[in-house]
Design a protein around this ligand. Structure first.
Ligand SMILES: Nc1nc2c(ncn2[C@@H]2O[C@H](COP(=O)(O)OP(=O)(O)O)[C@@H](O)[C@H]2O)c(=O)[nH]1
Ligand SMILES: [Mg+2]
Length: 372
């Protein structure tokens, strides 16, 4: 089952769970109809106890079941959970709910017996009250876990949702080099806006489709945009997580320095990123080609080839000439949309190469001809 953090239901807090349980219990008691007073009270009291416990146990086991199990989660998710909320805490608080659900059912079992075994109605009432007291004290013990889970849910639901099976292009570079503009220009639909908990900046996730395969692009603001020495362990973990999802990493360089970071600093950042993600194919791209002076030699040729291909319906895998800057680096302009289609083709080609190195990265059910 694929879980999206966004769709995790709200976690009810201690008071809300108790209110729900006790009000259902009251209604269950109200429905009891027996002309014999002793029978009636006995049924009422045992239904109250049983219903209250069932409601709580079900609420808790539902939560435990719907939250992803770490053992079965993809590495990227586990690394993100660890970076954002901590895997140990995650396990601990979910197991507290499991424990509480068992305890509450035990209490209901024990006190129901007391209710059934006596013929005195005041003892039945006492056993019911005692059960409620014990249940409430269990609830006090899970209170911190409920609060923790509720907060963790808020954090996790703002994370980008990335499909592990689909290729993912991680876009990095200094602030304002044009990462978001790039993703937006290549996206066929609207970009999703997400957040990492350790940055106030928005993360963008975009998609495009080529030959029925969907490609994801993800932004890295606040992550791969400043010197690594300035980072805490949480950020480092999140960066490491990117390695699990990145089929290819694009590093954008703004030669115009319009972004506000000098080229020298951008070079240092590039070295840092290379060191952080040693296992991934890194492609350095010059952004904002329209600001280069003079414009790249091939500007008109590339612009024309791309617009012709689009006019013909953007079909197939054309051999579009890449736009190059004077340093021999691939370049593009997201605002003028020149060099973008050529760039997209280059990305597709590189992703294909990267995916073939690792057969495990192919979606389930796919096979490779060269292994027959
Ligand atoms: N001239 C020009 N400006 C661009 C281009 N791409 C982005 N920008 C501008 O650069 C600024 C920062 O872009 P943004 O995508 O937010 O950068 P990010 O911080 O890396 O995501 C914005 O003002 C953009 O309009 C481009 O290709 N050409
Ligand atoms: Mg941005």
């Amino acid at each position: 089952m694929k879980v999206s953090w966004r769709t995790l239901p709200t976690v009810l807090l201690e008071d809300e769970v108790l209110d729900k349980a006790f009000s259902r219990a009251r209604k269950a008691a109200d429905r009891v109809d027996d002309s014999d007073r002793i029978f009636r009270v006995r049924k009422q009291m045992s239904r109250m106890v049983q219903t209250a416990a069932d409601v709580i146990a079900t609420t808790f086991t539902d939560t435990v079941n719907v939250w992803p199990s770490l053992d079965q989660s993809p590495k990227f998710d586990v690394a993100m959970i660890d970076a954002c909320v901590g895997c140990d805490d995650y396990r601990h608080h979910l197991s507290m709910l499991q424990w509480a659900s068992k305890q509450v059912l035990n209490i209901a079992g024990q006190n129901s017996k007391k209710i059934i075994r006596t013929a005195r109605t005041e003892l039945m009432h006492d056993a019911r009250k005692e059960a409620y007291g014990r249940i409430s004290s269990i609830m006090r013990r899970v209170k911190p876990s409920l609060i923790w889970l509720s907060e963790a849910r808020e954090t996790l639901k703002r994370l980008p949702t990335i499909d592990q099976v689909l290729p993912c292009i991680v876009v990095c570079g200094a602030p304002n080099v044009g990462k978001s503009a790039f993703i937006s220009a290549l996206s066929s639909g609207n970009m999703e806006v997400n957040h990492y908990p350790f940055t106030t900046k928005q993360i963008h996730v975009g998609h495009f489709t080529h030959r029925r395969l969907q490609y994801q692009m993800v932004d890295t603001p606040g992550l791969l945009d400043r010197p690594m020495t300035a980072r805490n362990t949480i950020e480092l973990q999140a960066i490491a997580a990117l390695e699990h999802i990145g089929s290819i990493v694009l590093f954008l360089m703004d030669e115009s320095e319009a972004c506000g970071t000098s080229l020298e600093e951008q070079m240092h950042l590039l070295e840092d990123v290379q060191a952080m993600l040693p296992g991934t194919d890194l492609m350095v791209v010059t952004s904002k080609a329209d600001l280069l002076q003079p414009l790249p030699e091939m500007w008109d040729v590339v612009a024309e080839a791309e617009s012709m291909w689009r006019e013909e319906g953007s079909e197939g895998t054309p051999d579009l000439p890449l736009l190059m800057d004077p340093k021999g680096r691939v370049t593009m302009s997201a605002t003028e949309f020149v060099g973008m289609d050529a760039m997209r083709m280059e990305i597709i080609r590189r992703v294909k190469d990267a995916r073939q190195i690792d057969p495990m990265a192919l979606p389930e059910g796919w096979y490779r001809r060269d292994q027959d």
